[in-house]
Design a protein around this ligand. Structure first.
Ligand SMILES: Cc1ncc(COP(=O)(O)O)c(C=O)c1O
Length: 365
């Protein structure tokens, strides 16, 4: 079976973790400091603060400034943590629709949802496809909003030749096992602002500014040196992993882009996605079968698929209960028709060709 992700560690990564385990220094220490510096350099950020997860990385950002009742504009078509971290920080996530072709935040809908309480915007570089950084920055400047970039799926992606880590106050990454860089559980918040970096360092460690002196309302969101050591070792193969994803995505795009009834995620010319996922919409009428039937046909050929995501955040029971019902047509249509096929670094080019052939055959067969 071709799996949807490859989460195996190399011997060098395992050895790096073992070295920390042998040392007995399991808590946050020098490995974390070094991982922060090395990751920041790789994604083009001056400062980076490691944490226990991508969720913690987002939450830490909000903890630095969000006030109770503040509203944050964000796409409904994303992973739950983009919205739940706003709620956890006392704010209110305001779910916006997405562009039906790029699957990214629709700024026109965000504009309709502005209120006097709107404080921030959190665009998601979904599946590693970069948002329009210039357009979001202009929108945020016009409406005086903070920007919290959710880059959990976008390690190594580039927008118009530029890395995504060094933009604005907050860029949050996740190192969950399926991610493009993975350590187990872990996250990183990059920032251009040294004072915010310092504040997040205090917040992730109980708000402690001196020994048993707690001056900020913090939590324990620290990464341990075990995960950091794995991350540091993995950075050595990160560019090769990214290049492999891009080769596989190119094969999939070449083979599938003109297939009637299949709508690939649109990539704006000049952008270089990280290809965390390779997703497309299946238009049942034109394709000949629907998303679920295609998934079954691919499973029969030994190819795993996944649905990211079967519903928008505004359709999640937890948010419907908290904030009531709303209707976002593009998000709902995408959720019903989207499918992901393997694109990860562990495939061979032959595997990617096999996926193309199986999809082409599923259409006619
Ligand atoms: C878009 C997005 N935001 C946030 C997160 C949260 O990251 P983590 O799972 O490391 O908490 C994820 C990861 O699953 C994600 O995909």
């Amino acid at each position: 079976m071709l799996a949807i992700a490859d989460t195996s560690l190399t011997e060098a990564e395992i050895q790096a973790a073992v070295n920390v385990l042998r040392s007995g220094a399991l808590r946050q220490g020098g490995e974390c400091d070094a991982f922060e510096a090395e990751f920041a350099a790789r994604v083009g950020a001056p400062y980076a603060v490691s944490s226990a997860s991508g969720t913690a990385a987002l939450h830490l950002a909000y903890m630095t400034f969000l006030q109770p009742g503040d509203e944050v504009l964000l796409p409904s078509f994303t992973f739950i943590a983009t919205g739940s971290t706003v709620s956890a920080a006392g704010g209110r996530p305001v779910f916006c629709d997405v562009d039906p072709e790029t699957f990214l935040l629709d700024l026109a809908d965000a504009e309709r949802k502005l209120t006097p309480r709107t404080r921030a915007i959190s665009p998601v570089h979904l599946f590693g496809n970069p948002c329009d950084l210039a357009a979001v920055e202009a929108f945020a400047a016009q409406h005086r909003l903070r920007i919290i970039w959710d880059a959990a799926q976008a390690h190594g992606a580039r927008w118009q030749g530029r890395e995504l880590g060094g933009w604005d106050d907050f860029v949050a990454y996740s190192f969950y096992p399926t991610k493009n860089l993975f350590v187990g559980e872990g996250g990183m918040t990059c920032t251009l602002n040294p004072e915010l970096a310092e504040r997040m360092r205090y917040l992730r460690s109980h708000g402690q500014t001196g020994r048993y002196l707690h001056t900020l309302p913090g939590l324990n969101y620290r990464m341990s040196d075990v995960e950091a050591a794995i991350g540091r070792a993995q950075l050595h193969r990160f560019d090769a992993m990214l290049a492999a994803r891009r080769r596989h995505a190119a094969i999939l795009r070449d083979g599938l882009s003109s297939l009637p009834g299949l709508h690939l995620q649109k990539v704006v010319p000049g952008n270089e996605p990280a290809w965390h996922q390779f997703c497309f919409r299946v238009e049942a009428g034109a394709f000949g079968c629907d998303r679920n039937q295609l998934a079954q046909k691919l499973a029969d050929q030994g190819i795993a698929t996944a649905v990211h995501y079967p519903r928008g955040l505004h359709q999640q029971p937890v948010f419907r209960q908290l904030y009531g019902d709303s209707f976002l047509p593009a998000t709902e249509a995408i959720a019903q028709s989207i499918l992901a096929v393997p694109v990860h670094h562990g495939l061979t080019e032959h595997d990617a060709e096999r996926i193309v052939e199986a999809i082409v055959a599923a259409r006619t067969g």
